[in-house]
Each structure stands twice: as C-alpha cells, then as structure tokens.
Write a protein that binds this ligand. Structure first.
Ligand code: 3PG
Length: 306
C-alpha cells in the first residue's frame, strides 16, 4: 500500500475526485486530498509522507521535493509540466509524468469560446465579425493544436500550422496547410492560436517581430502559457496596430495596462480555466491515477518526462 496525495489548488470536480480515489483505493492505496491550499507551506507539510503525488498547475519545486522523503512519482494531471522542477526531481530519483491529450478538448473549445466572445463584442449587440473564411494559424501542433485545427475547419476557417517537431504528413493528413517557417504562419493568418509549452526555447518567443507580420484583423489567442509572450512586444503591438486583439486564458503581467488602454481589444479569463470541464477533470485525473498504479505495480514509465 502506498500513500497518494492529490494536491490541487484548483480542485477537480467532486465527481472526478471520487473516481480518481476509487481507481487508487481499488489498487489498495491510501489517498489524501489537499484542495485550495493557502500556500506552499501547506503542500510542503502534506507531501512529507507521500509516495506519489497528483497535481495540476501546482508548484513542485526543490523545496517541495526536499520535504517529500518517500516520493517516487509525481503525475501532472494535464499537459504542461513547467510547474515541476525536473532537474530536482531527477536528482532525487523521482519520476515525473504528464497525461498528454486528456484535457486537450476542453482547452481547444475555450480558444473558440474566447474568439466568438470577442468577435461579438463581448456578447453585446454591436455589429461583430465571423470566423468563417478567415485564416487560422496553429502555432505548435500538439494534442490541443490539432483539435483547434479540426474545430477551426468546422467553423469554415482556412487552417495553417507550424510545428518543427511534427512530421508534415501528420499535419497535411488533417487537411491543414503545413508552414515551413513560423514567420510565414504569422504573415498569413489573422488568427494565431498558441499551443507552445513554456521552456527555455519558447519563453518570450512570441514577440513584436512575429506579431507585426500578421495581416489586418490580427488576433492572438493564448491558451498555452503567458511566459511564451514577450510582453514589451505585445504592448508595442497594441500601441502601433489599432486592429490588434489579444485573448488569453492566462492574464499577462501587463493586464491592467492593456485593460485600461485597450479594453475593447482584449479579454482575459479571471482565472486559468481552459482545462476546467467535468470531462477534462475526469479524464486527466483518472489517467494520472492509472499511471501511478501502473508505475507502482509494474514500473511502467509511459509518459515519463524527466
Ligand atoms: C495543462 O497544461 O494541462 C493546462 O494548462 C491545464 O492546467 P490546469 O490543470 O492547471 O488547469
């Protein structure tokens, strides 16, 4: 029997938690749930005797890992694992996994929810615009990017994608135009949807030089991470291009300035909520639980990221 801690500042639905617990308890593990905890100290205390940890965007840094004397595995129930110190985990022999694809549909649907919301003037009766016939550029064609592409086609958009790590045949087989360079993607598309992870190569990479290439009606949609945006460049773009709009599920650091000066051209969710659906909670949570059971029972390291 192992001790499993589910630590989520932003909790899964109660139904998802019950199902996640069932998977773990059926495998004879003991489960503790720590939700909406007030600070890192609470996580550090709770993790002390845990063998396995399930998290969302919760921060698992060197301090948390040092406090977790028995920890063998951390599963990030979701896609991005920039919230986990991989080097520190590897140094302690702790396996880190994510659950790729499990919450992608929820994130992709939110991207379109935000696009329609802004195109219809935040659901006011002023005359708006449509997505049909516009060009949509997918910046990084992973699990979320791919669903955004397919939904975009449903809206009647012309869909393009750039991803240097994905074979062009995969993109083309989805009926999506594969762009060789990121500059040409931005030059062609009025709508750019970001699906990049946040890492040393991508941080600040969506900058003024890329954004200025976008055609009239330029709209940037960010359901990825705020860190991939160069905020100086973002502000410059707002100042220089009266047509530019920005939608994000992660408020930028310059949120107040943007909302004060360019409020009608931007929208930020009050709290990151792309993956916050009943289905995504359930899919990601149960996948995390199963991965832990398989790892503890037979050393299965599928989805290991460190
Ligand atoms: C992810 O990386 O899976 C998404 O950004 C969702 O994050 P969340 O689980 O913190 O909502």
């Amino acid at each position: 029997m192992a001790k499993i801690l589910i630590a989520t500042v932003k909790p899964f639905s109660a139904e998802a938690v019950a199902e996640v617990k069932r998977v773990l308890e059926d495998a004879k593990h003991e489960v503790t749930v720590l939700e909406k905890y007030p600070d890192q100290a609470a996580l550090i205390k709770a993790v002390a005797d845990a063998d396995a940890l399930i998290i969302r965007s919760d921060i698992v840094d060197r301090e948390v890992l040092a406090a977790a004397r028995n920890l063998k595995i951390v599963v990030r129930a979701g896609a991005g694992y920039d919230n986990v110190d991989l080097d520190a985990a590897t140094g302690k022999g702790v396996v880190v996994m994510n659950t790729p694809g499990q919450n992608s549909n929820a994130v992709a649907e939110l991207a379109f929810g935000m696009m329609v919301f802004l195109n219809r003037n935040k659901l006011t009766p002023a005359t708006g615009t449509e997505l049909r016939g516009k060009k949509l550029g997918i910046h990084a064609y992973g699990a979320v990017g791919r669903i955004v592409a397919l939904i975009g086609k449903g809206f009647g958009m012309k869909v393009y994608a750039f991803d240097p790590y994905i074979d062009r045949i995969i993109i083309e087989n989805d009926g999506v135009v594969c762009e060789e360079g990121v500059e040409s993607l931005y030059s062609k598309c009025q709508y750019i949807s970001l699906h990049l992870p946040s890492d040393k190569d991508t941080k600040g990479s969506v900058n003024f030089d890329l954004l200025r290439r976008m055609p009239e009606g330029a709209t940037l949609v960010n359901t990825a991470r705020k860190e991939v945006i160069d905020e100086e460049g973002l502000l410059k773009m707002f100042r220089e291009r009266k047509d530019f709009r920005y939608l994000s599920d992660i408020a930028p650091d310059c949120k107040e300035e943007l909302e004060t000066s360019f409020g009608e051209r931007c929208f930020f969710t009050p709290k990151k909520m792309g993956a916050q659906t009943a289905e995504a909670n359930r899919n990601a949570g149960i996948a995390a639980a199963r991965q832990i059971v398989n790892f503890l029972e037979r050393g299965d390291t599928t989805f290991k990221v460190n």
